[in-house]
Design a protein around this ligand. Structure first.
Ligand code: BGC
Ligand code: NOJ
Length: 827
């Protein structure tokens, strides 16, 4: 229990115990087509599929007070006139027993005030395009009470960017209908839209409002709506301006009585030829939506939908469940990290409190890496995602840097030329094939650049990805970086002097010979994966070719990428080193240390150990491993955006968390379980819960960045939820520290644990079989698995062979001195 809350692991919830968290702590509702962001004080918004183009409700980012716009309720005592919001916002009155329970796909917010206990559950039922709110009000007084309950949402006029900017039009387009207890928001339905939003209530209304400013009153905010203050709705019908939805329900509760009100905020599409009823009118045809509303307002359907949702998450998360001596590991692996990976699967980098929902599409490299964290939970959807990604690849083997989720087309404005991009596809496909055994994906015909007629097998896409690097080598035989590699802010070929210009896409200098040691490492890793795949396809010659390209690249890294004590980062446009002891700033970068060691470079000659020693010496801080040191203290036109950030933030020496699990993995490769685990915990949200005042972001999900040691407030996190940190952290802990690693021919059980541990147990579903794993290790020693006992049979090494689908397999793995085979009495 901290000042702000605690983990309720049995319920799979984080419980927030005071509303004024350092930042809004959010959760996500929905995992298919309908989504919502919800904060611990009921702030946030809803959208259908695309956070920019189909935004249902309005949210004002960067507002004061923070986090205004949400799913609001007001409770008013009709006798005294006192009113408050049971979720604290927007009225912000003192509340008793405030609790926000963020769970898997739902949130419950409740409190007590003036003898009224009010709890509201919010969630999106599976398969539906709506969110349900269930409010329960209990009169804890010993006398009966007359209450008014007002709801309030503010509608967004669909395109969130246009909605926030195009007032000359938008103040005149808003339209609604009110039918019994349902408010319909139908702006632009009269013309080209065949969809509308609705806000329904289970109770008979004594009033309503749909014109925001009638509800609020002139010069008022959501904290003191005039309708609530006076206890009377205006029954306003919005024409233009700002449509809202507010129901007014009157209740009388006897002492001890509990009443329930249900609300639905939903999205509906009618067939284009059946928009109006009667045809020719301008009235929404509500026949099909009425049935959906009635069904979901039924109290029993709420419970059934909630149970279905819980089952859904149990199944998703059930693929890997572990029990280790460390509670942070347990809750991270079993609940929150896996959940965060599913959220990044759904939303990529589109909608959080740091991504406004109007910006980026799906990143090519981001999506491929995200997949590493969810492929075991949703293999079929992972497959679809891979095919979408491959279809945005260019015939050159390169890739559009981003694509639009609705059209699945590459984004022309950003284009391609981020030279690391295509290689990530190889890692993602390899992970998918190892997880599922579905080598058939390699034969799937996928076009280039989405052009019909250009279809080629996925395997060929991967070959071109590798070739793309080989065709773009620089003067040292290292891959040319292009616009940027993984580090979007290392822009070595763009010399931007113009404010506001893109650091990534501006091309103002010929040549572009800057080289990346990071891409070299990534190539070595990817070439090995593809060689293995080729071999298994019976293409021994191709495999040999890739292995020789791989070793040539590793040689180039050793000859030109090694700085003496660590791997260099790059060579700039002029051929100068980046990330070398000869530089005055930016002498050592984390990315090539992680990537080169993961690729196996330096494992046999001491360089890996030396590089990781340098990381520990120069980059590791109590709050995680910073991206580079020393941070750049001034803008360097030859390096680009990295030097645009003040020291200690983002790529300029922040703890850019995505890179930390790479070092964790690298440490396991050199057998240093203690250091791997230590690094794992430094950025782990649960392990940082105790310092929430400093960390500020949610203690249940990873943040993209924690301010580095050069920052004004080291340790302060930003950009929680949508980050590649989620996938890589889950990979690092489950596959490398705990060592449960899918491979082509079976499941590896190859942990590298902290010495103090005495083992752990795990359940892993893999290719349809359930593995019940016990890892036994004497506490106090470090060591690797010597042998396994699988269903009673001893196997040397750590590969558990494939079991038939549906099988239950018992696996014991023995680490260190083989004491366990000695009878207990003789130990
Ligand atoms: C950020 C990067 C991000 C990039 C996306 C930059 O401003 O620092 O982390 O990848 O924007 O374009
Ligand atoms: C965030 C971007 O989404 C990702 O693609 C990039 O690798 C990192 N920032 C580092 O720049």
């Amino acid at each position: 229990m901290t000042r702000f809350g605690y983990f309720d692991d049995d319920a799979r919830e984080y419980v927030i115990t005071r509303p004024d968290t350092p930042l809004p702590w959010i959760n996500y509702l929905g995992s298919e087509d309908f989504f919502g962001i919800i904060s611990n004080t009921a702030g946030g918004y809803a959208f259908y599929r695309d956070a920019r183009l189909r935004r249902l409700t309005r949210y004002r980012y960067n507002n004061t007070p923070v986090d205004v716009g949400g799913r609001y309720l007001y409770v008013r005592d009709r006798e005294t006139g006192e009113f408050w919001s049971p979720s604290w916002q927007p009225t912000r009155d003192d509340l008793g027993d405030y609790r926000c329970r963020h769970g898997l796909g739902y949130t419950i917010i409740g409190s007590t005030r003036a003898g009224m206990r009010v709890d509201t559950l919010y969630f999106v039922p599976l398969g539906q395009t709506l969110e349900l709110w269930r409010t329960r009000i209990t009169n804890q007084r010993d006398s009966s009470v007359g209450l008014s309950v007002f709801s309030a949402v503010e509608f967004c006029l669909w395109d969130a960017l246009d909605d926030a900017t195009n007032f000359q039009r938008n103040y005149s387009t808003g339209e609604v209908e009110v039918d019994a207890s349902v408010v319909f928001h139908k702006t632009e339905y009269r013309e080209r839209r065949n969809h509308f939003a609705y806000f329904a209530c289970s109770e008979r209304l004594v009033g309503f409002d749909t014109q925001r400013d009638a509800f609020l009153g002139p010069y008022r905010g959501w904290d003191r709506p005039v309708a609530v203050e006076c206890g009377e709705s205006a029954n306003s019908i919005a024409h233009g301006w700002a449509p809202c939805g507010s129901h007014h329900v009157a209740l009388t509760l006897a002492p001890g009585e509990t009443r329930e009100i249900r609300f639905i905020l939903g999205y509906w599409e009618n067939a284009i030829e059946a928009k109006f009823d009667p045809p020719g009118s301008q009235t929404i045809d509500k026949r099909s939506v009425h049935e959906v509303i009635a069904r979901h307002l039924d109290p029993s359907s709420v419970d059934a939908a909630l149970t279905a949702l819980a089952d859904h998450w149990s199944e998703r998360l059930g693929t890997i469940q572990v029990s280790t001596p460390d509670e942070h590991t347990n809750r991270t692996v079993n609940i929150w990290n896996a959940y965060q990976c599913m959220v990044t699967f759904n939303l990529s980098r589109s909608a959080s409190l740091f991504e406004s929902g109007i910006g980026r599409g799906m990143g090519f490299r981001d999506s491929n890496q995200d997949l590493l964290g969810f492929v075991h939970m949703i293999p079929a959807r992972a497959r679809d995602r891979l095919l979408d990604l491959a279809a945005t690849q260019l015939p050159s083997g390169g890739a559009f840097h981003q694509y639009q989720p609705l059209t699945k087309r590459g984004n022309d404005a950003v284009g391609s030329g981020f030279n690391d991009d295509p290689l990530w596809l190889i890692l993602a496909v390899a992970a998918y094939v190892k997880e599922t055994g579905d080598a058939g994906i390699l034969d799937a015909a996928v076009p280039y650049e989405n052009r019909p007629g250009s279809e080629a097998p996925v395997f060929e896409h991967l070959q071109r990805a590798l070739q793309y690097t080989l065709e773009r080598l620089g003067p040292h035989g290292l891959p040319r970086i292009g616009r940027a590699d993984w580090n979007d802010c290392l822009n070595l070929n763009c010399f931007s002097e113009t404010p506001g210009e893109s650091f990534q896409t501006t091309e103002n200098r010929q040549g572009g010979v800057a080289e990346s040691v990071f891409i070299a490492g990534l190539f070595v890793l990817a070439a090995e994966e593809l060689a293995t795949i080729a071999e298994r396809q019976g293409l021994g010659g191709v495999a040999a070719e890739y292995r020789s390209a791989r070793s040539a690249m590793a040689t180039a890294v050793r000859d030109h990428g090694w700085d003496g004590s660590w791997f260099r980062r790059a060579y700039d446009h002029a051929g100068n080193t980046v990330g070398s002891a000869t530089n005055d700033e930016g002498r050592i970068y984390v990315e090539p240390q992680g990537m080169c060691v993961m690729a196996g470079i330096g494992l046999d000659d001491g360089r890996a150990v030396a590089a990781l020693g340098s990381v520990s010496e120069h980059l590791a801080t109590p709050h995680g491993i910073v991206l580079q040191q020393p941070a750049y203290t001034r803008y360097r036109v030859e390096l680009g955006e990295i030097s645009s950030y003040p020291p200690g933030y983002k790529e300029n020496g922040g703890v850019f968390c995505h890179t930390n699990p790479w070092i964790v993995i690298a440490e396991t490769l050199v057998g240093n379980g203690d250091r791997a685990f230590d690094y794992f915990l430094r950025i782990n949200p649960s392990a940082r819960e105790a310092i929430s005042d400093l960390h500020r972001c949610e203690p249940y999900v990873y943040a993209q960045m924690i301010a580095g040691k050069d920052a004004v407030v080291p340790g302060e996190a930003k950009n929680s939820w949508l980050t590649g940190t989620a996938a890589w952290s889950l990979v690092a802990i489950t596959q490398w520290i705990l060592g449960l690693r899918p491979d082509h021919d079976g499941l590896r059980v190859d942990p590298c644990l902290p010495a103090a541990w005495n083992g752990f147990t795990a359940r892993r579903t893999f290719r349809g079989a359930r593995y019940h794993i016990t890892v036994r290790k004497p506490a106090g020693v470090a060591g690797r698995v010597s042998h396994l006992v699988v269903d009673g049979h001893r196997i040397d090494g750590h590969l558990v062979p494939l079991a038939p689908e549906g099988a239950d397999v018992t696996v014991e793995a023995f680490i260190g001195p083989d004491v366990y085979s000695i009878p207990h009495s003789r130990r």
